[in-house]
Design a protein around this ligand. Sequence first.
Ligand code: DAH
Length: 361
Amino acid sequence: MSSLLPCRAGGFHFKAGKGNPIVKERIESIKSDAEQLLTAISSIEDLEALRVRFLGKKGELTSVLKGLGQASPEERPVIGQMANEARVYLEEKISSAKSALEQKATAEKLKAEVIDVTMPGKKHATGSRHPLQQVEDRLSSIFLGLGFSIAEGPDVELDYYNFEALNIPKNHPARDTQDTFYINDDVVLRSQTSPVQVRVMEQTTPPIRIICPGRVYRSDAVDATHSPVFHQMEGLVVDKGVTMGDLRGTLELFVKELYGADAKVRFRPHHFPFTEPSAEMDVSCFVCGGKGCRVCKQEGFIEILGCGMVHPDVLRRCNIDPEVYSGFAFGIGLERIAMRAYGIDDMRLLYENDLRFLKQF
Ligand code: DAH
């Protein structure tokens, strides 16, 4: 309280006989001192110190009242009244100064804490899943819902699993369409996800119900519909009494889940060395619904996968007795599904990692 006047507390002594005018003067000077000091006060703490100095137990005005005993009986009520009036007056002054200070503090606080709700927020750069990953996840979730589980196999595969065990011996013409990258005579980059079928069957006693999504490789030149690396999803079911009816029912369910209840499927006989009989499955065009348009090349249907009943020789090679067990298998190209689903006309867009393209999904 450095700005305050020196304290004159400590008891005020009345002089008999001439007490009244002196005391009156004293009370007036306390009042004016206090008022003068009040004008310079700018904090609640200083205000409290001022209150204690003038009105506190040992304060200046209180000391006047304490000295009342020495005054004459006639003077006492007069001085008492004056001192009390001064007290009430100062109390009011202090209390209104206090509310003014509090209001000022609140206003300052509000001003300092003001929030501009129109300021732009801080942007979080959240990525999104690649369209191919979205397709893989969607397909996986449909098959997981049908009771399949996910199996994996190596990208760098033995020639035996990729070809031999699937009824594709050396010099078989099917090797031409699946020409791949050779590490050596016995090791290749897998040209299809079908070898995972063999690996799973070798290690599992039926019932088997798996899908296997993954990368496959072929020595194809890059163009709008070919890439040396692409993705497939294999499916395999082996159990007692599995028939072509199960194959059809399962794949039809899958298609309706993927393309909607109106989607129709069509099976065309085909040849794959590791299934017998084999088929290709088409789905009614989701653009024209089967009438024929540019997307389905006026066919009304679009091919989406190869499938068939697992060849008895393949089962036998995996120590599964074809007299007891039977199974079906299918292989889906994921790029094709993604390109159709999103209307992508050039496969290369899927691998270029151009953010302007990827941000659209
Ligand atoms: N692996 C075959 C391919 O890449 C696709 C395929 C056809 C997989 C029939 C199968 C199947 O499991 O049963 O062309």
